[in-house]
Structures are given as C-alpha cells and as structure tokens.
Design a protein around this ligand. Structure first.
Ligand SMILES: Nc1ncnc2c1ncn2[C@@H]1O[C@H](COP(=O)(O)OP(=O)(O)OP(=O)(O)O)[C@@H](O)[C@H]1O
Length: 961
C-alpha cells in the first residue's frame, strides 16, 4: 500500500483522514468489509487512537518520500523524485518512549512529547528529511501493578526519565515510527516495522542503535496457520456484529490495507483489541507468525466475551429505562384523560377540595381562630410545589386540623338511675365507689356539665379500676379513650412534636380526639403513679397542663400550634399507690380508693361476671358446664388470694379452655360413632322422658371399642351422678329426622379442680396455727393490697449488760427505728410489771420479719414488735388468732396507720378472729361494708398497755372495744 501511496504522489498523509490508495480484493478483507457495511467515502477516523498507514515487510518504498514529494508537488508543481534513505537504512534512531501501548506496524498513534530536547530533535530530524524514530513501550516500574491505570503523576515521572535510566526502562522490541506531523508537543507517529535495541548511542535525547526485525518465514498454505487466521477473522466478525467501536477500526483499516497477510492480520487483531499493554507487547515481540496469530486469537476471543457482557448490560439498562419511561408516559396520559373527562382534578386541587369538604360541615361550630389557620394553610398549599417537603408538612398539618372534632359533642346523659344500672351491670360490689360516681353525675346534672373534676381510682392491681372507668364513660354516654402513662418520659408524647421535625406527630390527647370523634370523651390516664422522669422536660408538668381545669381550656399542642379546648373532656386516672403521684397532680384529683375484695365478693364476681364473660368468650353454653360453689371457693382460697380478681379471671379462663377442649373431643367422638336415628317423633316428646330413652339408644349406637378410647376425664364425668345427656332435635326435609347428639355436662368440683388448674400455687400467709412465744402476727399494706406478716423474736445469748437487739428481714430505716422504740417500750413495761426481771438488760435478742426477700418499711409494726419482745421476755404466747397494727411511741401511745380496709381483708383471709387497730382508725373501720367487718372481734386502742392486756390477759381484754 505504501507503494501505491508513493507512486500516486498526490495524497497527503493526514493525521486524521487517511485515504485508501488501493481497493484490495483480498477475500479476508472482503469478509470484514462486508460485515462492517462500510464505504471509504465516509470513513472519518478523526480523534481515534488507531490509525492505519502502510507498513512494509522490508520491500516497501518509503512513505515519507511520497509525502514529501506530494508536498513538493503541491508547492512547486514539480515531479522530481529525490533519492531518500529507505526505512531499513535507519540503524540509529531517536528513542521515543510510549507509555500506554506499543505501536503496531500499519497503525498510527498520536503521542505527547514533554521533553523539549527530544521534541526539538524530532523536529530537526523531520526537517532533515529523516522523519523516523524508534517507538518503544516503557516498562512499568518494578513494584507497580500493571493492571492499575497510571495516574497523571506517574506520567509526569515518566517524562522526567532521561539517558540511561530511560534506556533501562524501555522494552527492547519496538517499532520504527515515521514522524508524520508535529503540532506543538503532539507528534503523530506511523508504525512501520519491528526493531530491536542493540545499544545506546547518546543520552540526551536518547539515541539508540537498532536491528530491523523480520518475521520468521512461514508457509502461506499451512493449514494450521490458515485455520487459526480464519478463526481470528470469524471471531472478529462476531465482535463486529455487536461492537460499533470495532466497526470503526475495521472501517479505517480496510480502507488502507492492501493485501491482508497473516502477520498483518495478527497485528490488526492485537492492535484493536482492548488487551493490556504487556499482552500487546508480547504480540509485537513475537516473530513466529503462527504463534503471533494464536496470541491474537486469545485476545480477540476475550474481546468477544467483553462485548457480549457489554451488550447484555446495555440491553438491561435500556429495558429498565424504557419500562420506566413507558410507565411515566402512561401515567401522565391517564391523568390527562381523567382531567379531560372531569373525573379528577390535579393533586393540589383535589387535596384542597378534600380538606374544604371536611371542614365545611364543622364551619359553624369551629372556633374562628382555627378556621383562620385552616384557610391560611389551604392558601399556602396552593402556592407550594407538590414535590417539596414543605408541601407534605402542610398537607399533614391540614389533615390533622380538619380531622379533629371541632365543636362535636356526644349528648351527655345524667340519668342517675340508668348510670346505677350500668355500673351494677358491669361490676359487683364497690358500693362506695359507685356511690361516689353517682354523686359526681348528680352534681353534673344540677350544673348541666360534668367537667372540672379529675377522678383518680386507686387500688391494687386487678380490682377493676380500668373497667370502672369504661363503665363511667358508658353511664355518661361519653366516648372512651385510654392511654397509659406508665414509664412515659417524653413530654412530646403528651404535647406533641414541633412540626419542623421529620415525622412529627401531635400528642396523645389530640390523637385521642381524632380517634373518638367527639370533643367530650372520657379519657382514662392509666398508671399515673408510674409516670417516668423526663429527660427533656417534665411529663408531670405537661400532664398538669392537660388535666388542670384552669389551664386546659387553652391547651396548646406543639404540633397543632393552635389552642384547643379540653375543658369538656372528663379525665379519670388510675394508680396503684397514691403516694407516688406527683403532689401538684394529686392536689387536683378526687381520689376514690378501691381496696380489694374479700372471698365473698370474689365469689360473686367470679360467678356473676367473670364466669359469664369467659363462658361466652369460649363459646360454651351454660348447660354444658357446671362449676360448683365449692370449686370456686377452693379456687379463690387456694389459688387466687390476692386483692384483685385478675388472677381469678385467668384461672377461670384456664378452666373454661380445658372444658372447651373436652367438649370438642367428646363431640368429635360422638359424631364419629353416632348413627342417625330416623323416627317420627312429635316435638313435645322431647321432654325429660325422651332424654332417658334416647340416651339408652345412644349407648347402643356407640362402638364399644371406640367408647373405650374416651379420655379418663370424660369417664370421670360420665360416671359421676351429675352427668347428664341432653338431646338436640333437628328437623330435616319432609320427614322429621331426629339426630341425637349428647352434650356432656362437664362438672368442675373441688375434687377435680386440680385437673383444670394444677396444684395450688399459693402458700398460705398463715405459717403458725398457734403462734409460739416471741411470735406475733402483724398487718401490712402493700401496693398489691393488704397482707399479714409475722414478727419473730428469739433469744440469742445472756450476759451481764449484753442487752442488744439484732434485726433482719430487709427492714427499712423507719422500721428499724420502730424496732428500737419497741425494744425500749417493752423494757420499760417489763420493768413495771416484773421489776426484778433483768431479761432485756442482759439478753442479746434477734428480731426477724419473715419473707426475708421482700423489703419492708413503715412504722405500723411498732405495736406488733413490742408485743413480740414482751411475749419472749415473759415466755408467754399471745392469744390465738390475733393480729394487730399500729405505730407505737416511746411513751407507749398508739398512732393511726393507713390501709385499714386492705388490712382487714388480709386478716380475714388469714382467718384472724381478733384485730387490734389504733383508736384513730375507728372511723375508717366503721366505713367498711358490713360483709367485710362480719365475724371479726375488733379492738381500738390508744395506749400500748391496752394491747398488752388484750394479747396476754383474756379477762381484761373484754372491756376494751
Ligand atoms: N367488681 C367487679 N365486678 C366485676 N368484674 C370485675 C370487678 N372488679 C374487677 N373486675 C374484672 O377484673 C378484670 C381486671 O380489672 P381491671 O383491668 O379493670 O383492673 P385494674 O384495677 O385496672 O388493674 P391494673 O391496676 O393492673 O390496671 C376486668 O376484667 C374486670 O372486669
């Protein structure tokens, strides 16, 4: 091809556009050309890395001669052909380092020469009409990773290389490159033939002596070479189908290559592949044509794999984009169509319309300041961009504002008789509590409104505080909302977050109003005594603002940012321990104490309330089960002795679940064994007689084997006297077909109670039948209700002046002080009674309060401790079934205590017959229901000597009542 360029002498070698000089008819080229679908006329390779020029195997004419001649012919219009040295004559050349890839013969490459000396030398040599240089690939620095693309910094270092250092870094084999043109520091090189460096001639610029390399001779007709080259071509063809980039390379190459020889094919493949520089250098250095073809084949195969991956990536991305675009377009079209048909307005208008629709019916009742804010926000919404975050904040805000029940109230019912009926319907007993609630309703009726009071129901767990709250709401015809503040530490839970926070929400009370849809619900604030300590703000103060009737008419929620009137809301709180309620809150409350239930009350609650609801919840009919009184009593006394009834409820549920399972199993067995009995029977035959008849029929119908499979429990029930069979008659079609089904009635008695609830888990509080010397029963109050406790004192050792008292049983400071006081009081009394008895002075004593794991505190055990010490000193046990409570002073006065009802109930539970209370508590005791006081011998005392007489001397005690 060079030959042709030279001979035509009219073509100028241009760095970007190379024109074909020869249309080769090589079969290989035709294959590639046809695949590329190319035409040389539009071949533009501007800016591409690879360019094609001619190269020779040694017999070519010199291309620069042609170029020069052409230039001359243009300028001088002369056709004189000078004799110029041929490429193979250049045995000493300037060495040009190539950083990124080697230059292959037949391709051209632009390089940037940063070294001014080298650039000048190249320029000079070009001007001297010897425009050749040797282009050699630079070796990587020994430690550099060839796979890592060198940064510009590294390039800079390479440009600094000079002389010997540069010489050592050059690969030995390179390419004789024609300097096609120089623009600034850009030099365009055209590869010609392979060279090998033999020695360095001069250092700056680096000049080297070179040998010109020739390919090893090969047989053109060798089948293996042919086959390999065909494989290279076919692979190239495959790549061409997918890669447009390659198509351009081929286009350029085919335009300028003459004969497609095997070595040239190998160079072509390697040069246009994306292989790394070392792999390319390997191909350049290979002089064996077959081996070179093989190396190239590897590279193009790899290229094909890459192009396949490239194609699949492109396809996947294209599919994704087009799918999304399609969906977007369709959505937009849908919107446009809907809008056109008047089915839907745009988002903003639709939203505004929705909010206006919501607020319109409430407009009359809605406070003007709220209306103003809503209107302002609606106007603002119109101006905001629908995708902005401000828009969604405003939308949510409007959603809340318009959803609240402004001015909506449920009609309050102040009918006291109805209220009484509802309260009795839901709860047994609690007479005093119900009375207080009825009083409250009566006041509401006279005033026309029930606001202004906060009721606080206090008592141990499971006594029905929450459910009473629900009943009050029902009685007053108010909506009910409950929220627990146990452990609540964040003020935002009550007062809401400011709207500026992401995910901001109004507080619980605003959520409540939205939820119930009226502005006068009954809000039950549960566990107010367990309010957490706030880390940001004080929840108690926030609750105060919410509950205080003086303040809550203008309650400000941080989210809503407009005042709301909560004065119509009725607040009911519940607490286990009133003392734990923050004082400012307690101050505003009307405390209604629910002390707990005695056995009798629990029996009624279990029978009339818990059993009924549980039976219904389990889907069991009343006739299918019988729980005897004895069973219930055993359940209450041995399993559920605590003050509340929640545990009792759980046990009843357990029993009923077991019964349900029994019935279902039984029913399945009967279904499987029962034969339908066809008989025409009048419905009035299905009386008591029929029960017996059909029962005997049924027994006949049951397969004896199957019958034997029934569970032991069922046998037990069946064999009991009270087991019955009931019949269900069913009519079907024209004939009266009677299906007889037996429904066993499950009996729960004291004897089989353990089958349902297991062994009793509760150990009696009473550990002594008759208290020994030094042991006295006291009465205590806990958050779980009342309980009995023993004070035990024993003698440890005796010795002159050894009179000390050792205390154990996790006693608090107050209780420890009480014990010291008791010790002193007992010593004084003994001195008065038995002056010569040196017991307290010389005895080391140990006082213990059992249930050592439970912390105890308070002064109310003072009288019990004194009695216990005196009992030990006098070696005289106290009266049987006696319990006492009362704080004792140093002078022996008995001061009042708390929790009289709880303590009385606990005493009854422990079968105490005689109780001693401080005189000051007489009023509390008198207020108790008669059934609580029933059968108890209660004494009220104000001086310890009265207790002494009651505990140790029967005769005198009769007088103190
Ligand atoms: N006097 C009663 N009559 C009928 N059922 C009752 C009575 N007292 C309590 N109950 C029932 O006992 C169960 C437990 O009551 P509730 O949950 O109201 O207890 P609580 O006092 O609120 O307990 P806590 O302090 O643990 O919240 C409820 O199902 C309730 O109906």
């Amino acid at each position: 091809m060079l030959k042709l360029i030279a001979s035509s002498r009219i073509h100028r070698v241009h760095p970007t556009v190379l024109r074909p000089a020869h249309h080769s008819a090589s079969p290989l080229l035709r294959v590639l050309s046809s695949l590329g679908g190319l035409s040389w006329r539009n071949a533009n390779v501007g800016g591409r890395y690879f360019f094609c020029s001619d190269s020779s195997d040694g017999s070519d004419h010199v291309v620069d001669a042609g170029v020069q001649a052409a230039e001359e012919s243009e300028s001088k219009a002369s056709a004189i052909v000078p004799t110029y040295p041929r490429p193979e004559d250049y045995l000493t050349v300037l060495a040009l380092p190539l950083i990124h890839r080697p230059l292959f013969p037949g391709f051209y490459m632009p390089v940037f020469v940063k070294d001014p000396k080298l650039l000048a030398a190249l320029q000079e040599s070009r001007e001297r009409q010897a425009p050749y240089a040797g282009a050699f690939l630079l070796k990587d620095e020994p430690e550099a990773d060839p796979s890592v693309v060198s940064s510009s910094d590294a390039d800079k270092n390479v440009y600094d290389l000079k002389g010997k250092e540069l010489f050592n870094r050059l690969h030995e084999v390179g390419t004789l490159a024609q300097i096609s043109s120089i623009h600034g520091d850009q030099v365009i090189l055209i590869g010609h033939r392979r060279l090998r460096i033999t020695e360095m001639v001069s250092e700056d610029p680096l000049t080297v002596k070179v040998d010109h390399l020739k390919d090893k001779t090969y047989n053109k007709d060798d089948d293996i070479i042919k086959a390999t080259s065909f494989e290279v071509i076919s692979t190239l063809r495959d790549v061409l189908k997918t890669s447009s980039l390659w198509r351009d390379h081929v286009q350029t190459y085919t335009k300028h290559i003459g004969d497609f020889t095997y070595p040239r094919l190998a160079d072509f493949g390697a040069a246009i592949s994306g292989a790394n520089k070392l792999q390319c250098q390997q191909v350049l250095e290979e002089l064996d044509v077959y081996k070179r073809l093989k190396l190239t084949l590897e590279l193009v195969k790899k290229e094909m794999e890459i192009s396949k991956i490239q194609e699949s990536i492109a396809k996947a991305i294209e599919e994704k984009i087009s799918g999304e675009q399609r969906r977007y377009l369709l959505n937009e079209q849908l919107k446009a169509i809907k809008k056109e048909l008047g089915l839907e307005t745009d988002d903003k208008t639709a939203l505004t319309g929705k909010f206006r629709e919501r607020i319109e019916p409430k407009r009359e009742k809605c406070p003007p300041h709220i209306l103003q804010v809503i209107d302002e926000e609606l106007a603002k919404l119109q101006l905001l961009e629908a995708s902005s975050s401000e828009f969604s904040v405003t939308r949510n805000y409007l959603d809340w504002l318009t959803a609240l029940p402004w001015g909506e109230y449920s009609d309050e019912n102040f009918d006291v008789t109805r209220a009484q009926k509802i309260l009795d319907e839901d709860h047994y007993g609690l007479t005093d509590v119900k009375e207080r609630i009825l009083e409250f309703i009566a006041v509401g009726k006279l005033r026309g409104t029930s606001q202004g009071k906060i009721i606080c129901l206090s008592g141990p767990p499971g006594v029905g505080k929450t459910s009473i709250g629900r009943s009050i709401a029902r009685a007053l015809n108010r909506k009910f909302f409950r929220f627990s503040v146990g452990g609540l530490a964040d003020v935002a839970e009550i007062k809401g977050h400011r709207r500026t926070y992401i995910g901001a929400m109004p507080g619980k009370i605003v959520q409540c109003l939205k939820n119930v849809g009226t502005s006068n619900p009954l809000v039950l604030i549960d566990e107010i005594d367990k309010l957490g300590r706030g880390h940001a703000g004080d929840p108690a103060s926030a609750l105060l603002e919410l509950l205080d009737p003086e303040q809550n008419a203008n309650f400000l929620d941080h989210y809503l940012d407009v005042t709301i009137d909560l004065s119509k809301v009725l607040f009911v709180c519940t607490a286990n321990v009133v003392e734990m309620i923050p004082n400012p809150l307690l101050d505003r409350m009307e405390v209604v104490a629910i002390a707990g239930y005695i056995t009798d009350e629990k029996m009624h609650i279990a029978r009339d309330y818990l059993e009924k609801t549980t039976r219904e919840a389990c889907g069991i009919k009343p006739e299918q089960v019988e729980v005897t009184d004895a069973a219930l009593l055993a359940l209450i006394e041995n399993y559920c002795r605590e003050s509340g009834v929640r545990n009792l409820q759980k046990h009843i549920e357990k029993i009923y679940r077991k019964i349900a399972l029994q019935l279902v199993r039984q029913g399945e067995m009967i279904d499987a064994t029962m034969l339908p009995i066809k008989d025409k029977v009048d419905s009035d035959e299905l009386g008591q007689n029929a029960v017996q008849n059909k029962n005997s029929e049924l027994v006949e119908g049951i397969d004896p084997e199957k019958e034997s499979e029934t569970s032991d429990e069922i046998h037990k029930v069946q064999s009991s006297d009270q087991s019955q069979c009931l019949e269900v008659a069913k009519e079907s079609g024209g004939d009266k077909e009677i299906e007889t089904k037996t429904i066993e009635q499950v009996l729960v008695d004291e004897s089989n109670l353990t089958d349902f609830v297991g062994k009793p888990v509760f150990h009696a509080e009473r550990i002594y039948d008759q208290t020994p010397v030094g042991v006295v029963m006291g009465l205590a109050w806990t958050a779980m209700g009342g309980s009995t406790l023993y004070i035990e004192t024993t003698f440890v050792e005796e010795g002159e002046g050894k009179g000390t008292l050792h205390l154990t049983g996790q006693l608090g400071d107050v209780m420890k002080e009480s014990a010291q006081i008791a010790h002193t009081v007992a010593r004084r009394i003994l001195l008065e009674r038995e002056p010569e008895n040196p017991f307290f002075a010389n005895s080391k004593l140990h006082l213990h309060v059992p249930a050592g794991a439970t912390p105890k505190d308070g002064p109310s055990a003072g009288s019990t401790m004194t009695t216990s010490l005196l009992s030990l000193a006098m070696k005289k046990p106290v009266k049987k079934d006696l319990a006492m409570t009362g704080e004792v002073t140093l002078t022996g006065k008995i001061l009042p205590i708390g929790g009289v009802k709880e303590k009385t109930i606990a005493a009854r539970r422990s079968e105490v017959k005689t109780i001693i209370f401080p005189s000051a508590n007489r009023r509390d005791f008198d207020e108790l229901a008669p059934n609580v006081k029933e059968g108890l011998d209660v004494h009220f005392v104000d001086d310890y000597m009265q207790i002494f007489n009651l505990a140790f001397d029967d005769e005198q005690s009769q007088n103190i009542k």
